[in-house]
Design a protein around this ligand. Structure first.
Ligand SMILES: Cc1cc2nc3c(=O)[nH]c(=O)nc-3n(C[C@H](O)[C@H](O)[C@H](O)COP(=O)(O)OP(=O)(O)OC[C@H]3O[C@@H](n4cnc5c(N)ncnc54)[C@H](O)[C@@H]3O)c2cc1C
Length: 415
């Protein structure tokens, strides 16, 4: 049970790391308390967001901040006590969302997003997973001319950075999606992203590829990680074995710092929870592609299990009680415009986006802990960024030169 590296966490990020370390000739073990891809990487909106060259900033307008006071917005809600404990990181997030710092952060973020699609495409090809592609591109729908035209400026700017789109009028939208009931002012269709019709299945296919190539997947509790003699690490599997390796990657999503803090490293993760529910399609009223209702911040995505509605952000601790008010509000609005049939599950699913105050993921060596590496904090785009993170981290861990400058993502900027 001795390996070169143990990867803890089999979400999109951990599996991406495991595959790329393996591709560099390492013997790798992957450990999770559940089967691969069953946490947040399972329940997201499934978009490989090649267009997301700017991370999700906090809206800074006074009207947004005031409208949040009642905690009834559809796109953002919060658990007041938990949000109060996050005030420091939230203040930092707010300051980083100002135009000047955001411009610098976006330039760094773009270097990852630019490689996101090609790194997925290679893995999808190798894993024989192209059948999970639901469609090319997605629609950002706008209810008012004002919002639509101000977003045109965003789309035009991104076009100068190599991100493609098509502008759709109200009539174009009605023609492309005849089952929509509401009237929309228009839409922007991002044409580069890829919509996956079962995100959890994609993680599982990648994990299967890892196994076919000789990797080992284990069930186990990551918190059993401990330092052993001679600079090695040990962790226990659920079947009673002990895994040993010189290097460990901690990729536990929002739980990552619970483990790394035991070894002296922590970072301010802002947990943004999200919910989803599947609905039966209404016969004869298909939804042809994934759509975002820009005003209310929810997504409707055609998936294997039905039409998946995913919510915006709920600021609440990862283990706080679930609060389904936000998805109920989103469902209420969505039913007025989209052909949603009966709910197909008894309860909404919930997951957590691990967000950082500077909106950038964290990957690299944990400072002052030899052999300990981490990869977490991918926020709104971890499904998109898992494979490229794996590629870059694997290069760093094996002494190669990563394809992009990885310094902006260094764990050392926190802690
Ligand atoms: C509603 C919603 C919609 C989203 N839509 C998109 C989208 O369209 N596109 C996109 O790119 N991103 C999207 N995201 C974000 C994306 O899903 C996340 O950023 C991504 O899944 C994070 O991946 P991860 O591997 O870091 O974490 P996870 O997928 O959460 O994986 C962490 C793993 O660690 C394991 N683990 C945790 N603790 C332990 C422990 N103690 N012992 C053992 N194992 C442990 C868990 O079981 C889990 O498998 C969305 C998120 C939400 C909530």
């Amino acid at each position: 049970m001795t390996h070169d590296t143990i990867v803890l966490g089999a979400g999109m990020v951990g599996v991406g790391c495991a595959l790329h370390l393996q591709a560099r000739g390492q013997a790798v073990a992957l450990l999770d308390r559940r089967a691969p891809g069953l946490e947040t990487s399972y329940g997201n909106a499934g978009i490989i967001q090649r267009e997301a060259i700017e991370p999700y900033a906090l809206p800074r307008g006074l009207s947004f901040l005031l409208s949040g006071v009642t905690n009834r917005r559809v796109d953002v809600r919060y658990n007041a006590a938990d949000a109060a404990r996050m005030l420091g990181p939230l203040w930092s997030y707010y300051r980083n969302s100002a135009p000047a710092p955001l411009q610098k952060i976006a330039a760094e973020y773009e270097t990852l997003i630019a490689l996101s699609l090609e790194t997925h495409q290679q893995l999808m090809h190798d894993a024989g997973a192209n059948d999970l592609i639901g469609g090319q591109g997605y629609l950002m729908l706008f209810r008012t001319e004002r919002e639509l035209h101000s977003f045109h400026a965003v789309a035009d700017q991104r076009a100068t950075q190599g991100v493609n789109h098509i502008k759709l009028s109200s009539a174009d939208v009605a023609q492309e999606e005849p089952s929509l009931k509401g009237r929309f002012a228009g839409a922007v269709r991002w044409t580069d992203p890829v919509a996956i019709r079962s995100p959890g299945d994609l993680v599982q296919r990648y994990a299967q590829l890892f196994e076919q190539r000789g990797g080992a997947v284990h069930l186990g509790e990551a918190m059993t990680l401990r330092r052993a003699d001679a600079g090695t690490w040990q962790v226990d599997t659920a079947s009673g074995h002990t895994l040993r390796a010189r290097q460990v990657v901690v990729a536990l999503g929002p739980w990552t710092t619970q483990l790394t803090s035991r070894f002296g490293y922590t970072a301010p993760v802002i947990p943004k929870r999200g919910y989803h529910m599947h609905y039966a399609p209404v016969p004869g009223q298909p939804l042809n592609c994934t759509v975002i209702d820009a005003e209310y911040g929810y997504v409707i995505a055609p998936m294997k299990k039905g039409l998946r509605l995913t919510t915006g952000a709920e600021l609440a601790n990862v283990d706080a009680p679930r609060n389904t008010a936000q998805i109920e509000a989103a469902e209420h609005i969505a039913r007025q415009s989209f052909p949603l049939g009966q709910r197909v599950e008894p309860e909404p699913w919930m997951g957590t986006r691990p967000c950082m105050p500077d909106m950038k993921p964290v990957f690299g060596a944990v400072p002052e802990v030899p052999g300990l590496w981490c990869a977490f904090g991918h926020g709104h785009q971890g499904f998109t960024l898992g494979p490229v993170t794996g590629e870059l981290l694997a290069a760093m861990m094996t002494g190669a030169v990563p394809r992009v400058d990885v310094r902006p993502f260094s764990p050392g900027r926190f802690g």
